[in-house]
Structures are given as structure tokens and as C-alpha cells.
Design a protein around this ligand. Structure first.
Ligand SMILES: C[S@@+](CC[C@H](N)C(=O)[O-])C[C@H]1O[C@@H](n2cnc3c(N)ncnc32)[C@H](O)[C@@H]1O
Length: 373
């Protein structure tokens, strides 16, 4: 019987009253006769034990837990899978790679790309299938990598954008406002500049435009000014420093959303995520064979806007009229899935690079500030 998951680490604060609010969900699962797995800290489980008077003993650290988002829908998008050659452009911990490799079988192949060396190592430990080729690199290089390895043109490419549970909870790189960590936020910590570089050097107008454009945050100006005031006292080096600036600028009732948006903004800036996505999508269309399928799971409107424009390109047909979203069940099980949207297109003709630049490039915010050294 499949255990239902309650991830206690998803709550920014976990008080006695929040533990009480969780009880009806716990009773409901137990009433159905299902086992429960808890993820998060021991202290939080202790609170739940205290308010319920029950013994729960299943607890795993949340960074060990990673469920691939919209797996069923992804598999359905590429079906029939037997014998296919696919690229998983964002292998992460290997969740989708593993399932796809089982479905394509021994006559098929998955090229799994990942920028972050630590995630790639974990994926290799999680996936032992012989028909997976792992490669450390950016999906912007997928065409060259595939050619170098003698793979392609391919039947399908999958992008699962955003953060894995490992990057968020276990990488120690400051992706989450809930952890006290250095402000790094790079997918590949060996290249580019960490977030603290931008946070401490951009002028206040630039900070504001990053937070407004890439975080879609309405209190951008106040937050930008608060960052300047904080860093005038001492450079912002850790997530707690950035949190302090946001707390200074935004009222309590808006705080959680503001933090999420500010972190999203700097993460996108640090990794040039939107420019990279545009380039990666073009490479994917180029490496696909006619009739091949490109599927993308995005997690916020800036990404989705870029993906959505693909269906306007000549030589491309949308597979779904509207984006596919996760089931309620999945959202309850896996909160990471709550904002996911899956879009997919079929390549039916040649892709004109100049037209791609015009049509897709039009929805990529630019230019983004880069501080002088
Ligand atoms: C949401 S996770 C993928 C999770 C994966 N589908 C799974 O089920 O385990 C996104 C991953 O994309 C990686 N990534 C981000 N930008 C990349 C790029 N330009 N090239 C390759 N990988 C990238 C991140 O490091 C992260 O591990």
C-alpha cells in the first residue's frame, strides 16, 4: 500500500496551533487505512505527537524525498515510449529520467543533462538503468553534446524547470528563505557569480527592476531600499540578512509571498534563467526529429510565457490547447507541484532561427543589470 506523505518542512513556521490544524488530515489518512510518511525535522514530528497523543515513527529528512512532478502526464505526453531516444534536459535527481528509461526499454535511450554536479551525482546513485547516458552540462549545449555523443536527432526532449527538493532543502546554497545559508543560488557553483555579488553591488534602481521584473513583486521599491539600508551597515551575506531587509520593507501579511518572489528574482538573475531557457528551447527544437515532441514543466508565469509562445512558431503544433496541471491529489502529496504547468508541442517542420528570436525573444525581459566589476 502506498504511503501518503506529509512534509512538515513545507511550513515556514510550525507552531502548536499549526500542528493541531494538521490533525484532521492525519485522521483522514489513517481512517482510509493508509500509512503516513512524515518528512521534516524531529522537533516538528514531536509537536504533532504531542497534540495528537499518538506515536508516529516514520520520519525522513525532506531533502531525501523527491517525487518527480506530473510524472503520469509527462509519460502520457511522450507515449508510445518503447524504443524512443529522449533528452531529459534537467535531470535533477533523476526522477523523470528513471521512469522514462524504464518505459523506453533496452532499445531506447535517455540522455540526461544536468548543470549541477551534486545533483548529477545523486541522479547517478538513484538511476542504475543501462540505457541512460548522464552528462554534466547546460541544456543550452544539448545539440553539441548530443552530436558529440553520436545521439540524435531525438524523439523527445523534456524540461522540468525550477528547483529540485535537493537544491531547495539540501544544497546549502541559499535557494530557500527558510534556511540560514550563504546567498549563492547558482545551479552550477563553479561558474558565474553568487547572488550576494549582485545583492551587494547593484544600485537601488537596478535592484528594484530585478525584483519587479523577475520576482513580479509589487513592493519592489521598498525592498530595494531596505536592501541598500541593510548593506550600508554591513554586506548581506546570508539568507537571514536578505530576510531581514525584506522584513524591514514589507508588512507581516505580505511577507511570505514577498520572500518567495525576491528569492525567485535573484535566482533567475544569477542563473540567467530566462535567457538560458530561450536558448535551450531553440536547441531542443533543432535536435528534435520531425514529429518529435518537446515538453516543458514550468513553475511561474515568466517561464510559462516563454514556453507558451513556442506554439506560435511556424513548424510547431501545440499538443494541448491549455497547459496541463497537476491533480489535486498530487498537489496534496507534493507541494512543489502546486504551481506546475505542462505544455508540449510537436515539431512538424523546419525552425527558422531568426523568427524564433523575434517571437520567443519578445517575451524575455531584457536587458538585465550586470554590475561593473
Ligand atoms: C526541477 S529540477 C529537475 C528535477 C527532475 N526532473 C527530477 O525528477 O529529479 C531542475 C534541475 O534543472 C537543473 N538545471 C537548471 N538549469 C539548467 C541548465 N541550463 N542545464 C541543465 N540543467 C539545469 C537544476 O540544477 C535542477 O537540478
Amino acid at each position: 500500500m502506498r504511503a501518503e506523505v506529509i512534509d512538515l518542512s513545507e511550513y515556514p513556521l510550525f507552531t502548536l496551533s499549526m500542528a493541531r490544524e494538521l490533525l484532521p488530515r492525519v485522521w483522514e489518512i489513517l481512517r482510509k487505512g493508509n500509512p503516513i510518511k512524515f518528512y521534516g525535522s524531529l522537533e516538528r514530528l514531536e509537536l504533532l505527537r504531542f497534540v495528537s497523543g499518538m506515536e508516529f515513527d516514520s520520519l525522513e529528512k525532506s531533502d531525501a524525498y523527491h517525487e518527480p512532478v506530473m510524472l503520469r502526464e509527462v509519460l502520457r505526453t511522450f507515449e508510445p515510449l518503447e524504443g524512443k531516444i529522449l533528452i531529459d534536459a534537467t535531470c535533477g535527481l533523476g526522477g523523470h529520467t528513471k521512469a522514462l528509461s524504464e518505459k523506453v526499454g533496452p532499445r531506447g535511450l535517455i540522455l540526461a543533462l544536468e548543470k549541477d554536479p551534486e545533483s548529477l551525482q545523486k541522479a547517478k546513485e538513484n538511476v542504475s538503468s543501462a540505457n541512460v547516458v548522464f552528462y554534466r552540462g547546460s541544456f543550452t549545449e544539448m545539440k553539441d553534446i548530443a552530436e558529440k555523443l553520436g545521439i540524435g536527432p531525438v524523439d523527445g526532449v523534456l524540461f522540468d524547470l525550477g528547483l529540485s527538493s535537493f537544491l531547495l532543502e539540501g544544497s546549502g546554497r541559499g535557494f530557500s528563505y527558510r534556511k540560514d545559508e550563504p546567498l549563492d543560488m547558482r545551479f552550477d557553483p563553479s561558474s558565474g557569480r553568487p547572488a550576494l555579488y549582485y545583492i551587494n553591488r547593484l544600485d537601488v534602481e537596478e535592484l528594484e527592476s530585478v525584483i519587479r521584473l523577475l520576482g513580479e513583486e509589487r513592493f519592489a521599491r521598498r525592498i530595494a531600499r531596505a536592501i541598500r539600508e541593510e548593506r550600508d551597515a554591513a554586506p548581506l551575506e546570508r539568507t537571514v540578512d536578505l530576510n531581514r531587509a525584506i522584513e524591514r520593507a514589507v508588512r507581516r501579511q505580505h511577507l511570505l509571498k514577498a520572500k518567495m518572489r525576491v528569492y525567485q528574482a535573484f535566482r533567475i538573475l544569477v542563473n540567467d534563467e530566462l535567457g538560458t531557457l530561450k536558448e535551450g528551447l531553440l536547441k531542443a527544437l533543432q535536435v528534435l526529429k520531425p514529429g518529435g515532441i518537446l515538453a516543458v514543466i514550468s513553475y511561474h508565469s515568466l517561464e510559462d510565457r516563454i514556453v507558451k509562445t513556442l506554439s506560435k512558431l511556424p513548424g510547431v503544433e501545440a499538443l494541448y490547447k491549455k497547459p496541463v496541471v497537476p491533480s489535486d491529489d498530487e498537489i496534496i502529496r507534493n507541494r512543489r507541484a502546486r504551481s506546475a504547468k505542462l505544455r508540449a508541442i510537436k515539431k512538424v517542420g523546419d525552425i527558422d532561427e531568426a523568427l524564433f528570436d523575434d517571437i520567443v525573444g519578445a517575451v524575455v525581459p531584457s536587458p538585465l543589470p550586470r554590475p561593473a566589476k
